[in-house]
Ligand binder design. Structure first.
Ligand code: OOG
Ligand code: MG
Length: 254
């Protein structure tokens, strides 16, 4: 376990990388962090953002696709936090100069309508969710060349950097829906089945992680369930994510 002082220093380092748009080497070069340390650094990072007036508006899951988990050699999903400063309106402009090397991911979002009681062993997270929507997540690792270890990416708030959510609609079963992401002439296609077999499983995985990491899940927050395809470099112009039968969402890189 690393000291509270070092936790603060590493959180500051990642925060400065984000605010100055200058990448930083892996924390693993020189420090031995375990997964608890990594979540402590993430909490420190969020505290710095909150001290600047940002509000937490949701949570995101990462590595919910088997391919991404296998690539990282881990068997657990990762959780990060979303703030109001990361939110982009559907169809809205996103200033690319605020990122280091942004990538877009096609996702499914859920909206939490009732606080989830993490201490109630029979809590049913699905009944605490009232809407779903197509979403685009912008990930922008603060690490050089997007290269990081498992603990690095957790400390870096799972690369969270921006997100846009399309029109909300009632929750339905979307276990195997076609997903398409388009940005700058590139296209990625896949299925919602890539998200833990069914995006609803991301909600169950989130509840498990939220209990273990004491991450509040509150009414009004959004949940990003994880990418359904590999990420594509985010470019100037329109980026669109379409989830069959759910709808589509766009953002405009400027
Ligand atoms: C980590 C974040 C992954 C997802 O949807 O799997 C993620 C990264 O690849 O930088 O957000
Ligand atoms: Mg994501």
């Amino acid at each position: 376990m690393i000291s509270a002082e070092l936790t603060g220093i590493l959180a500051q380092r990642l925060d400065t990388a984000q605010t100055s748009r200058r990448d930083t080497p892996s924390l693993a070069d020189g420090h031995e962090l375990d997964i608890d340390d990594a979540y402590a650094v993430q909490a420190g990072l969020l505290a710095l953002r909150q001290a600047r007036g940002e509000r937490i508006v949701g949570v995101k899951l990462g590595f919910t696709s088997k391919a991404k988990m296998a690539q990282m050699g881990v068997s657990d999903v990762i959780v990060g936090r979303l703030t109001d400063a990361m939110r982009i309106a559907d169809g809205g402009e996103v200033d690319l100069s605020r990122f280091i090397h942004p990538k877009a991911e096609p996702e499914v979002a859920y909206r939490i309508s009732r606080d989830v009681d993490l201490d109630d062993p029979s809590a049913d997270i699905v009944s605490c969710v009232d809407a779903m929507a197509p979403a685009i997540e912008v990930i922008d690792s603060r690490y050089r060349d997007f290269r990081f270890t498992y603990t690095d990416v957790v400390a870096d708030n799972t690369s969270a950097s921006a997100f846009a959510i399309g029109p909300w609609r009632p929750v339905e079963n979307v276990a195997d829906r076609a997903v398409r992401l388009r940005t700058g002439g590139q296209e990625a296609t896949g299925s919602t089945a890539a998200i833990l077999g069914d995006p609803v499983n991301a909600l169950h995985a989130l509840l498990d992680m939220a209990r273990r990491r004491r991450i509040p899940l509150e009414a009004g927050q959004v949940v990003l369930a994880g990418a359904a395809t590999a990420a594509l470099p985010l470019t100037a112009g329109i980026t669109e994510c379409e989830v069959a039968g759910v709808g589509s969402v766009t953002m405009k890189g400027c």
